[in-house]
Ligand binder design. Structure first.
Ligand code: BT5
Length: 355
C-alpha cells in the first residue's frame, strides 16, 4: 500500500493528539506505524515545520503541545461539523485575495461548499475596489463557493444570510453564555450583547458587522451568472479576530475593531472558523428551504439603526431618512421627510449627525 507523506503525518499527528498526556517513544511510534525510527524522526521534523510544537526528549520520546496548535487546513478540518461547507478546503499562508482564488476554483467546476482560507492577503478586497486590510497571523479571510438555485436578482440576499451567520458567530465569542438575550423571546435567534463585556453587536446594511459601531467584519459577495441562473456566488468574509489597534493603519484605528480589542482575550481562529462554517451552512440551508423571511427577521434583530435618521451615500447622490429595516427582498427601507417609504438597493449607510 502506498502511503503518501501527508497522510502518514496526519496519522502521526492524530496519534500524538490522542496520547498528548504522555511521551511516546520513537520505538513505540515506529512499531505503531510500521516504519523505521529514522522515518519517524523525519516525519516529526516535517510536523514541526508545519508549525506544531513537539517536545522531544531522547530518554522519553515525543509529545505534542496542544496549547499552541497552528492555523492550518488539518486543524480546521478536525472536528468540523458541517456537511458541505469547507469540507473541501484550500489553505494558503499567503494569497492575493481568497475571493479571486475561489473564483478560479469555481470557474474550474469546484463544487458548492468548496472553501478557500488564507492567513494573509496581499490584496484583500472590499466592495467597489476598496481595500480590505489583511495582516498575517491574526484574522480570518475566507471565501466559500455557493451554487444556489435561485434567480440572480435574489443574490444580494446571500450577503444578508452571511451577515446573520457572521453576527451569530461573533456573538458567541463575545457573549458570556448567560446573556439576558439568550433567554426568553428570542429563542431562535442568537444572543446579543448590550454594553458590558464585548459591547454592542450590530449589523450595518448591507455587509458590515459592528461592535460598538466599529467594524469587526465585512462581507464581499461576488456572482457569476447568466440572465436567469446563477453559475456561482463567492461569499468572501473577513473577520478581525486578534488584530490589535496598533497593527491597523491610521485611517482604520477609529473605525475598526477586533474580538481581541473588545474582549481583551486571544480567540482561536480555528474554533471561530469552525463555528462560522457551521452557522453559514445552517442559515444558508434555512434560506434555501424556507425563504428570506426568516433571515429578514434575524437580520432586523441585529439592525440597531432602525428608527434613527440615516444618510445613504449613493454614486453621485445622498438620500436621508429614518431607517426602518430590510424589506422582503433585502433592500433597505427608509422613510423620507414627507413620510414616503423609499427602497434602497445600493449605497453606504451612515448615521446622520447634524453638524
Ligand atoms: C467589505 O467591503 O467590508 C468587504 C470585506 C470583505 C473582505 C473579505 S476577506 C476574505 C475575502 N477576500 C477578499 O479579498 N475579500 C473578502 P467594504 O464595505 O467596501 O468596506 C471596505 C472598507 O472597510 C475600507 O474602505 C476600510 O474603510 C474598511 N476596512 C478595510 N479593512 C478593514 C479591516 N480589516 N477591518 C475593518 N475595516 C476595514
Amino acid at each position: 500500500m502506498k502511503v503518501n507523506k501527508i497522510s502518514t503525518e496526519q496519522a502521526i499527528l492524530r496519534f500524538l493528539k490522542k496520547e498528548s498526556h504522555s511521551y511516546l517513544s520513537g520505538q513505540a511510534l515506529s512499531k505503531a506505524f510500521g516504519i523505521s525510527r529514522t522515518a519517524i524522526w523525519k516525519h516529526m521534523n516535517a510536523i514541526k515545520e508545519m508549525g506544531y510544537s513537539i517536545e522531544a526528549s531522547p530518554a522519553k520520546g515525543y509529545r505534542l503541545n496542544l496549547q499552541n496548535l497552528p492555523f492550518n487546513a488539518i486543524e480546521i478540518a478536525t472536528n468540523l461539523n458541517t456537511s458541505f461547507i469547507a469540507k473541501n478546503l484550500s489553505f494558503y499562508n499567503k494569497i492575493e485575495s481568497t475571493n479571486d482564488t475561489a473564483k478560479e476554483f469555481a470557474a474550474n467546476d469546484a463544487k458548492e461548499g468548496f472553501t478557500v482560507v488564507a492567513d494573509y492577503q496581499k490584496k484583500g478586497k472590499g466592495r467597489l475596489g476598496r481595500r480590505w486590510e489583511s495582516p498575517a497571523g491574526v484574522n480570518i479571510y475566507t471565501s466559500i463557493i455557493l451554487r444556489p438555485n435561485i434567480m440572480p436578482v435574489f443574490a444580494p440576499q446571500l450577503t444578508l444570510v452571511a451577515a446573520v451567520a457572521v453576527a451569530e458567530t461573533v456573538a458567541k465569542f463575545l457573549n458570556p453564555p448567560t446573556s439576558p438575550f439568550s433567554k426568553g423571546g428570542l429563542k431562535d435567534f442568537p444572543p446579543l450583547t448590550e454594553g458590558g463585556m464585548g459591547g454592542f453587536l450590530s449589523v450595518k446594511w448591507p455587509n458590515d458587522i459592528l461592535i460598538n459601531s466599529k467594524k469587526v467584519a465585512g462581507i464581499l459577495t461576488e456572482m457569476d451568472s447568466e440572465a436567469d441562473r446563477i453559475n456561482f456566488v463567492i461569499l468572501g468574509i473577513g473577520i478581525n479576530v486578534n488584530v490589535t489597534k496598533k497593527m491597523l493603519p491610521p485611517e482604520l484605528k477609529s473605525i475598526a475593531t477586533s474580538l481581541k480589542e473588545e474582549t481583551g482575550k486571544e480567540v482561536s481562529r480555528t474554533d471561530l472558523l469552525q463555528t462560522l462554517y457551521l452557522n453559514i451552512e445552517t442559515w444558508y440551508k434555512k434560506y434555501l428551504k424556507e425563504g428570506f423571511e426568516l433571515i429578514r427577521e434575524a437580520w432586523n434583530v441585529y439592525f440597531k439603526m432602525a428608527g434613527k435618521v440615516v444618510r445613504i451615500q449613493q454614486l453621485g447622490k445622498t438620500v436621508e431618512g429614518i431607517a426602518i429595516g430590510i424589506d422582503t427582498d433585502g433592500a433597505l427601507l427608509l422613510q423620507d421627510k414627507g413620510g414616503s417609504i423609499i427602497k434602497i438597493i445600493s449605497g453606504e449607510i451612515e448615521l446622520y449627525t447634524a453638524t
